[in-house]
Design a protein around this ligand. Structure first.
Ligand code: AMP
Ligand code: TRP
Length: 332
């Protein structure tokens, strides 16, 4: 069976864009692939902004709980926390020794994040994509579903795997990035020409998966639209209305044409109310499930411990083969 691997940083506060752009697909892959999903907390500590340790711990648990709430199913898939396996950090070291300074320096995400930071930028940030390569290659992943911005990182993982195999013998499966169509590309409610994003949107521009119904309604009703009254899909001329149409379509499973036929001519107010209602109903079962799970932290922790054990059953033998191939003397 195809093996899918993906990772998400424990930033907590996942939003509607993450859900309709990525998580809906994560849940869907479980029907056709053997899925391994990871909360990448070791990646989270590479951020140039200093993190708060207590917050990181909380958010790691919250992110894992949200993944379970949206439908990552531990009976079918492996869900684990990256730092629970020492294999990821250890494999990163092996890969560091076959990675070039030059190729890492060219990574667009590193360039962007280290911009203006001069000599203070951490080695961890520089090494971020090598750790990501270890995540992927330890599990013999065939497909790695990610946003377009991660394309270079997956190509690097492929290059590292190929180089390692060439030098030391076939150990790793070469992965490929996949960009499955999103249920929706969700734009910022206040600035509908930019993506809804946790790093650039204001709170009013974002629907968080755990926002309560009143808050969701308030945010969608105050979404920026245009000064006309017609409801039609035109990303350039009517970015706000088009965004709401796409969200409504993804939330209800109905076509944009059908939604336009139903709502055009009845005004923006009624249309926004319908969108708010649909988003509230889309998120309601996720929020209910989240509250159930969060009320029994012990159970979530047991699920993650079980996930870590199953992840280790794949990663540890891969790492052992890699160490042997490199020529590291096994302990007697
Ligand atoms: P990020 O947290 O921005 O790295 O995104 C994590 C995942 O969510 C990636 O697969 C993104 O492509 C997806 N994603 C993030 N924001 C949006 C959005 N506004 N619309 C659709 N997908 C998104
Ligand atoms: N770098 C990815 C992101 O920011 C997260 C990530 C870490 C990841 N390890 C991974 C994604 C392995 C896919 C596979 O979105």
């Amino acid at each position: 069976m195809t093996r899918v691997f993906s990772g998400i940083q424990p930033t907590g506060d996942l939003h509607l864009g993450n859900h309709l752009g990525a998580l809906v697909n994560w849940v869907g892959f479980q029907d056709r692939a053997d899925c391994v999903y990871c909360v990448v907390d070791l990646h989270a500590i590479t951020s140039p902004a200093e993190h708060d340790p207590a917050t990181l711990r909380e958010r790691t648990l919250e992110t894992a709980t949200l993944l379970l709430a949206v439908g990552v199913d531990p009976a079918r898939s492996i869900l684990f926390v990256q730092s629970h396996l020492h294999e990821h950090a250890e494999c990163t070291w092996l890969f560091n020794c076959v990675s070039g300074f030059g190729e890492l320096r060219k990574m667009p995400q590193f360039k962007e994040k280290s911009e203006g930071k001069g000599e203070t930028v951490s080695v961890g940030l520089f090494d971020y994509p090598v750790l990501q390569a270890a995540d992927i290659l330890l599990y013999h992943a065939d497909e790695v579903p990610v946003g377009e911005d991660q394309r270079h990182h997956i190509e690097l993982a492929r290059d590292i795997g190929q180089r390692f195999n060439h030098r030391f013998g076939e150990v790793f499966t070469l992965p490929r990035a996949i960009h499955p169509p999103a249920a929706a590309r969700v734009m910022d409610l206040q600035e509908p020409t930019s993506k809804m994003s946790k790093s650039t949107s204001t709170d009013k521009g974002i629907v968080n998966l755990l926002d309560d119904p009143a808050r969701i309604e308030r945010k969608i009703k105050s979404a920026v639209t245009d000064s006309a009254t017609d409801i039609r899909f035109d990303r350039d001329a009517k970015p706000g209305i088009s965004n709401l149409l796409e969200v409504l379509s993804a939330a209800t499973g109905r076509s944009i044409e059908e939604l336009i036929a139903e709502h055009d001519g009845h005004g923006y107010g009624a249309f926004k109310a319908a969108v708010a209602e649909a988003v509230i109903e889309l998120l309601r079962p996720i929020q209910t499930r989240y509250r159930e799970l969060a009320s029994d932290v012990g159970e979530v922790e047991r699920t993650l411990a079980d996930g870590a054990a199953r992840a280790r059953a794949i990663a540890a033998p891969t790492l052992a083969r890699a160490k042997d191939a490199v020529g590291l003397l096994p302990p007697a």
